[in-house]
Design a binder for this molecule. Structure first.
Ligand code: G3H
Ligand code: 13P
Ligand code: ZN
Length: 313
């Protein structure tokens, strides 16, 4: 099978009580790590490219790397190529015109009516070309935002807005804010993070059968933070979203869970450990291979313990 859209993936995930992992890709080793793990576990997977990824690697490389992964996994698992956080209509159009099977239009920082207008514009164009669209309502905290409780509450997606938003835009899935946030520094150690499954329940009651997306879903695995910091790194202490809570969300209406930071930690841990153990090495294949192994281990764990998508290909 060539690159697929997420329509079928989400329908099965919704009905089966699991979610599809949407992993950010920036280079060949990351693409290989994710797709090899998914292949071994017979899991569908979404590979997504952010604006930063497209700037770093160039869109053509990312697209062809993902297509190479389809071939390298013998077409045996469904793989979708998704634009992560498309900022405006033009960037979404560019990806739609160049073979992406899914795009996100992120109008979440715009006023409601502007978000509706741009999301509808993207959905209308994408649907003509058979591409599916994710939009976002509600705002996730920034990477290191020191949000107080009141500000945090204001950022959750308002269940009263979701039906109107989906009806007016025609989008195919909706990213919501229920307490996750982007980056590796989500919560201070010793805190007890809780995502708002009650808001998720409320939203899914209003939108029965409709696929919900969670961004900012890294768990910041402490074993990799330790490897990094004991091999010359200086990451601050932080914790992420507990994996068992994400698993609960995946059993409900959440069909797509976005993970990037954890992969970065794995890649960095492998490279730092390798460099510290072998200061004489200078062949990138040696240290990148170790980074790739840790990324693969992380994706393996996500598929089994967070997403529940093993054997769902
Ligand atoms: O949601 C953001 C992703 O982690 C992508 O990050 O823009 O640095 O590629 P990036
Ligand atoms: P993390 O930073 O938690 O991995 O989130 C990634 C993400 O939401 C990409 O869109
Ligand atoms: Zn995101």
């Amino acid at each position: 099978m060539p690159l697929v859209t997420t329509t079928e993936m989400f329908k099965k995930a919704y009905d089966g009580g699991y979610a599809i992992g949407a992993f950010n890709v920036n280079n060949m080793e990351i693409v290989q790590a994710i797709t090899e793990a998914a292949w071994e576990l017979h899991s569908p997977v979404i590979l997504q490219a952010s604006a930063g990824a497209r700037k770093y690697a160039k869109q053509a490389y990312l697209k062809h790397l993902v297509e190479a992964a389809v071939e390298a996994t013998n077409n045996e698992i469904p793989i979708a190529l998704h634009l992560d956080h498309g900022a405006d209509f033009e960037v979404c159009k560019d990806c739609i015109d160049h073979g992406f099977t899914s795009v996100m239009i992120d109008g979440s920082s715009r006023p409601f009516d502007d978000n509706v207008a741009v999301s509808k514009q993207v959905a209308d164009y994408a649907h003509e070309k058979g591409v599916v669209v994710e939009a976002e309502l509600g705002t996730l905290a920034g990477v290191e935002d020191d949000v107080n409780v009141a500000a945090e509450t204001a950022q959750y997606t308002d269940p009263d807005q979701v039906v109107e938003f989906v009806e007016r835009t025609g989008v195919d899935s909706l990213a919501i804010a229920i307490g996750t946030s982007h980056g590796a520094y989500k919560f201070k150690p010793g805190t007890d993070p809780h995502i708002r499954l009650d808001i998720l329940e409320e939203i899914s009651k209003r939108l029965p059968g409709f696929p919900i997306v969670l961004h900012g879903s890294s768990s910041v695995p402490q074993e990799y933070v330790k490897i990094i910091n004991s091999n010359g790194g200086a990451l601050q202490d932080a914790i992420g979203i507990p994996e068992d809570q994400l698993r609960e969300a995946a059993k409900r209406a959440v069909c797509k869970i976005n993970i990037d930071s954890d992969l970065r930690l794995g890649m960095t841990a492998g490279i730092r450990e390798h460099m510290a153990a072998h200061p004489d090495h200078f062949d990138p294949r040696q240290y990148l291979a170790d980074g790739r192994t840790y990324v693969k281990d992380i994706v393996h764990n996500k598929i089994i313990n967070v997403l529940g998508s093993e054997n769902k290909a």
